[in-house]
Ligand binder design. Sequence first.
Ligand SMILES: [Zn+2]
Length: 239
Amino acid sequence: MNIVRSAVLALLLASPVEPAAAAAAAAIPPSLAPIVLDPGHGGRDLGAIVGAEREKTIAFSIARLLKQDLSASGCAARLTRDGDLFVPLDRRVDDSLAWKGRAFVSLHLDEVDSSRPHGITVYSFGPSLFRSGPRRGPPPPPRPAPPPRQARAGARLASALTRALRLGGLPAQAPERSDFYVLKNPAMPSVLVELGYLSNPGEAARLGNPRYQERLAQALAAGLRAYFSGSPKKGRAAR
Ligand SMILES: [Zn+2]
C-alpha cells in the first residue's frame, strides 16, 4: 500500500501545471482517498459540557483513535481539525471536497434536559424532525441538499456503522435522518454520529474513559471497512 501511495504521490508531484494536477488528483484510486473524520466543535465552540466532560475534547479523542485504527488497516484518514481549534462548518465540508474524501464522518456527543436518554445514533441526510441547537457565531453560507445518490449512500453508510456498533456490543439505536449542515456534502456519503449522551451520568463516565473511546473507534473503523469492502471499485459512493 505504501509503495502504491508513494508512486501516486510521485506522479502528482511530477504534474507540471495546475489543471494536470487537478486531473491527476481526480484519478487517485478510491482506496487512497481519505475518509474525512470531523470532530465536532473545537476552540471557542465548546459543544456540550456536563460536569468535567466536554464534547469537543471527547469527540477529538475518538476521532484520533479512529484515524489510528483506519491507518493501521491501510485506510487513509484526515481530520477536519488537528487540535482544539475553531473550524467553521462550511470550511469542514470544503476541506473534505478539496481532499477528495471518500466519506465524511462527523463525531458529536448529545446533551438533553433529561438524564435518562442514552445510546448512539447515526444520522444521514434527510428531512429533520427537530431543530438543531443554538449556533455560535454567524451562520455558514447556505448549502443545498446533497444529490439523492449521495443521500442514499449516506443512509447505507449509517446502516453499516450502526450494524458494526451493535456487533461491538455498543448501544446503537436505529439510524435517523437530519438536515445537519455537514450532511449536505455534495460529493461523498456523509454521516453524523452522536456517540452518546453527556447528560446521562453513567454514559458520560463511559464516554470519558479511554478504553470505551477505543471500543467506539474500533467499531466505527469496522463499519467503514465493511461499507467500502461492499462498494464497487469504480465509485466513491456508487451504492
Ligand atoms: Zn455537537
